[in-house]
Design a protein. Sequence first.
Length: 444
Amino acid sequence: MIISGAGTGGTLSDLEHSRQLRRAVIASTIGTTIEWYDFFIYGTVTGLVFAKLYFPQSDPLVGTLQAFAVYAVGFVARPIGAAIFGHYGDRIGRKAALIATLLLMGLATFAVAFVPTYASIGIWGAIVLTVLRFVQGVGVGGEWGGSVLLSMEWARTSSHRGFVASWPQFGVPAGLFLANLVVLVFSTISGSGFLSWGWRIPFAVSIVLVGIGLYIRLGILETPVFARLVAENRIERSPAIEVIKRQPREIILTALVRMGEQAPFYIFTAFVFTYGITALHMSRNLLLIAVLTAAVVSFFTIPYAGYLSDRIGRRRMYMIGAAATGVFSFIYFALLDTAVPGWVFLAIVLSLIPHDMMYGPQAALIAECFTGRLRYSGASLGYQLASIIAGGPAPLIATALFAAYKSGYAIALFIFGCAVISLISASLLPDYTGRDISAEYDRG
């Protein structure tokens, strides 16, 4: 069997197509891991030191709220990145957009290592941090759609599309693991110096990872779907505007469907450091090791959930995960609030499993909703709009709820509400599991 070439002007054999699929999946996964390392390193350090270094004159709780407000700026920027890189990803190709997002994200993260603190330049330190966080958000906002499509659009058949598309999702726990591991290592090495200089090293070493990711991404071909769009002159002049006009319902639903996945994730992986240290008086290293272990569990649960979605249906798998997350939120805070190290550790390790039941099939569930020539823009916009309503505000809301009620139960109720929104939204989304979507141009 011979398959149309992708950006080569010729054709690809079955063997070559399989080789390109493997390279695309590896390139997407490694590149996404690097970008999420950059994004998560900021979140981890925010919960540990930014309030003390950049808002030292505030009450500790107010300082934490201010630090997480800067953290949230990255989420506000993500839909902007989705619109910018979605446009170019549907206009000039998935590969070119992904190279640009990697450079943007990596350079902004590297620059954070050199931002002076409040003691050196006053409030200007926080302002520079905010600008760099915004640039990070623009970069990661354009990353997800391209990395998912780079893998999914190389999939030979629809029967394993959920599994293939789940591998870029694997980059999230891999990046989370790497970020927390590097912080743990330099926290241990620097000891009492972590607050003054140790926290800067994880940001500085990101430049090495950017070089690795750039080398890998430069060596891949464009996807067969985009190559066909070019060959048949189906490229849309203004894809972001066109997808908003043609498929607004899908954009809104794919944003809402992430409420029960994204909001809990940032509570489980970022807010938990603030909660664990200030409310439970747990050690920093215990929390870091627990989140590291949770990330390792996700290495297996994310692709397995993607695989299961190919068997039982994308939408059904997602709804099971949303229901499990809502119920688990109460178990999670019940275990945390014991303040017993063993139970706290167990709660954190288990926290990402119900999340992964949604995150595994999520890439295919969202991307399949949009027609091929508008897919980068549509999937990116839907996915990243959730950052404004879910991921960005979640640590802020959790901090405010704890300040008001002095209990994790109120935060569990918030997570439960987000899960209900996801459950309803998923039930309203179309399910394209097992359907060939490679040649669809004008759906919506």
